[in-house]
Write a protein that binds this ligand. Structure first.
Ligand code: ADP
Ligand code: MG
Length: 728
């Protein structure tokens, strides 16, 4: 069909009311009208639907659109019906239709009224439908969210794998258009192969979103406060916070709410009505923030989302890209902040452990890329774009300085010799090993595989011992991005040389590298913007604690515990109210010991010109307060601990945890009656002496001191009594 330029624009105007095509839309549509197979990669919001809707409306026959989600199909059908005078113009064919409705769909197709037929892939496999469609004119087949075909994609759907067979049954000659927002080179290859459209005309819009700012922060125990503070610093702006679990979603939404942020939760465990309500509240700006699992976002088209926070690291870079892609769609500000801790990676790995091995291998490889992203100190934008097979130079590219690493660069080091060493080792070992194995070989660290392959007998074994393993991991990633080596995907990531790498060994003169961030070294939690612990202040607070303890004749830890001092040195409380909000400090304790500490902090803040975060009072939800009252009254009534625990469905261990947090924040609990039940007089005396004289109230130390004389629970129980009586 030969449409002139203006004719296409006229159709666009007539059907959709738009004046101009966006990006690559026009080229895509022209190809499809020319009966070519087409493959389209365009970011979310780029306007993919129009690429098949318009040609479908313009042509004779019915276009079949395969899409993974019924909700998405329904939205599109409604939209298309809205621009036509005949409802039959678009239909969804799925299992929820009754006989009469199915007949209606068939009649409309037979009469040439239906231009777009949306189907889920599993419906298409039904003989009844396939046979029917075979008899009628099909203009083309569109596969939306085509990455679902690939198990290397982030939402693999096995049913997508049967599409080719079905197409052949219906009419093997019809043009096919595949569309997706995210596809790594591997996923893209899977799609083309699986649909048998290797010769398709491909259109790929750049993945670069220059207006998005990428940042990773270490995830500490303070993550809720940090997020609260971030959002308060962005008051009135729309944002999404993603959490992995429903429980976390609920908790965090509450924390935000009690801190005066207009936030609602969203996850698949809420009933449909609530979900729709919360989504609408967000779209209508009745709330600023949605705290959600990844169930939220598909089909959300809010142009002015200003931040997307990941409380938990996602399971692949594709997911991360897709989720952060919801920020700044209008081209304005879009802050993408992820919290990262290696512990979360281990958690995700555990989730995968029940799955088939091949799936685990894939999941693991995707996760390692995510670790790479989090820990890298190179341009995050370059890292992401490299992942999607796109070259990017942060020095000249759009948005090159829009991430934390580029704003605060780590010093670079000359590593030309190490790069050559590394490439040589990869080559000499036969280009058969993954990153982790190569690092082990460099370090001279043996394991079953290494010794069975006799790698430990090679002269290059251990040739990189002078460096840390993390150094080699980082270098490998940077050499990958420089395209001197590549990761072979079929073999789940073995490292292989590229020509540029071979040349580099011969002629390379310089390679500047930056070492990775060390987020998972416990001792060195890196500086959090506006939230780092001030070690000098900690030291002063500890001195004061010792003095106060001595005056009151109690061990220092009875005054305040270490985490409380750390928190003070992070938040710089200067009023009694702020003090009572410090971790582990309740009102009682603030009143009893707080004054001197406030005085010191005040002086310190003044002397050192410290700007305190003005919104530092982060309230906790008090979600435990209901229980707290129950515990206090039950203990007043001298109920047995077993009964209290079982009344709340708790283990004894958890009950003691709760009681500890009550006692340590300054509330007195008269647990003596229960201690009497559990310990005899001599034992009590012995423990009392111990705690009075000990430097620490640590349980491990006490267990060691008594070397098995007491159960851990008994020691903790006594400690409750001790802290209650001596400190409170
Ligand atoms: P994608 O599927 O790529 O994520 P959609 O097809 O849902 O994106 O389109 C996103 C939005 O862009 C829709 O609201 C759509 O109406 C709009 N849109 C698409 N093409 C154009 C155009 N040429 N001019 C104006 N708006 C457009
Ligand atoms: Mg779409």
């Amino acid at each position: 069909m030969a449409e002139t330029t203006t004719e296409l624009e006229e159709h666009l105007k007539k059907f959709f009311g738009f004046d101009q095509f966006r990006g690559l839309q026009k080229q895509v549509i022209t190809s499809l009208l020319n009966k070519e197979d087409v493959f389209v990669i365009m970011p979310t919001g780029g306007g993919k639907s129009l690429c098949y809707q318009l040609p479908a409306l313009m042509q004779e026959g019915t276009a079949i659109v395969v899409s993974p989600l019924i909700a998405l199909m329904k939205n599109q059908v409604d939209a298309i019906r809205g621009i036509s005078d005949h409802d039959g113009v678009a239909h969804v064919l799925n299992s929820s239709l009754n006989k009469g409705e199915i007949q209606q769909v068939k009649d409309d197709i037979a009469n040439g009224v239906t231009k777009l037929l949306y189907v889920a892939p599993e419906s298409l496999t039904k003989d009844e439908y396939a046979d029917f469609l075979k008899e009628h004119k099909i203009s083309f087949l569109a596969v939306d969210e085509a990455h679902c075909i690939s198990e290397w994609g982030h939402d693999f759907r096995p049913e997508y794998r049967n599409l080719r067979k079905i197409i052949d049954r219906i009419d093997e000659g019809i043009p096919i258009i595949g569309l997706t927002a995210t596809a790594t080179p591997k996923v893209r290859e899977d799609i083309l192969k699986n649909l048998h459209i290797q010769d398709a005309t491909s259109y790929q819009a750049s993945f670069n979103r220059p207006n998005l700012y990428y940042e990773v922060r270490p995830k500490t125990g303070q993550v809720d406060s940090d997020i609260t503070r971030f959002i308060k610093g962005n008051e009135g702006k729309s944002g999404i916070v993603y959490c992995l679990s429903r429980k976390r979603v609920e908790e965090l939404a509450q924390v935000l709410q009690v801190n005066g942020i207009k936030a609602v939760p969203y996850h698949a465990g809420l009933d449909a009505k609530t979900r729709v309500k919360h989504q609408d509240m967000f779209l209508m700006e009745d709330v600023d923030v949605v705290v959600a699992t990844i169930a939220f976002g598909m089909g959300i088209d809010k142009p002015d989302v200003r931040f997307v926070i990941h409380h938990d690291i996602p399971k692949s870079i594709e997911s991360y890209y897709q989720e952060t892609g919801r920020a700044g769609r209008d081209g304005g500000e879009g802050h993408c902040l992820a919290y990262y801790s290696y512990k979360d990676i281990e958690k995700l790995e555990k989730f995968m452990s029940g799955k088939p091995i091949a799936e685990q291998e894939i999941g693991h490889a995707l996760l390692q890329e995510m670790v790479g992203y989090a820990e890298t100190s190179m341009s995050r934008r370059q890292f992401i774009l490299h992942y999607f097979g796109e070259e990017f130079d942060p020095a000249t590219g759009d948005g090159g300085d829009m991430d934390d690493n580029m704003r605060n660069p780590k010093p670079q080091k000359e590593a030309v010799d190490d790069v050559k060493k590394l490439i040589n080792v990869i080559e000499a070992s036969g280009e058969r090993y993954k990153s982790k194995d190569i690092v082990n070989i460099m370090m001279g660290k043996t394991n079953a595989m290494i010794s069975s392959h006799k790698l430990d007998q090679q002269d290059f074994f251990g040739s990189g011992k002078d460096k840390e393993p993390t150094y080699w991991t980082a270098l490998i990633r940077q050499v990958l991005v420089a395209r001197y080596i590549k990761k072979d995907i079929e073999s789940y990531g073995t490292l292989q040389l590229l020509d540029a790498g071979k040349d580099f060994v011969k002629t390379g003169k310089t390679f500047m590298m930056t070492e990775d961030h060390a987020y998972h070294l416990d001792d060195a939690s890196p500086k959090v913007q506006g939230g780092a612990t001030d070690n000098r202040l900690v030291k002063m607070l500890k001195d004061l604690r010792k003095k106060v303890g001595a005056q009151k004749n109690v061990p220092p830890y009875v005054v305040f515990q270490d985490p409380s001092l750390d928190d003070m040195a992070t938040k710089y409380p200067i009023t009694m109210e702020e003090m009572a909000n410090i971790h582990g400090v309740g009102e009682g304790k603030a009143r009893k010991y707080g004054a001197k500490f406030l005085e010191l902090i005040n002086q310190y803040v003044e002397d050192n010109d410290i700007t305190r975060p003005d919104d530092l009072i982060i309230k906790s939800t008090g979600s435990k307060s209901g229980n707290k009252l129950y515990f206090i009254t039950s203990i007043d009534r001298k109920l047995s601990f077993d009964d209290i625990a079982s009344a709340k469905g708790m283990e004894m261990n958890d009950l003691i945890n709760e009681l500890e947090s009550i006692v340590y924040s300054g509330t007195k609990l008269n647990v003596g009656y229960w201690v009497e039940e559990m310990l005899d007089e001599d034992q009590q005396e012995e423990l009392h002496e111990y705690f009075l004289e000990s430097e620490t109230d640590g349980i491990d130390e006490a267990m060691e001191e008594f070397d098995g004389d007491y159960e851990e629970e008994e020691i903790r129980l006594y400690r409750l009594k001790f802290i209650s009586e001596v400190a409170n």
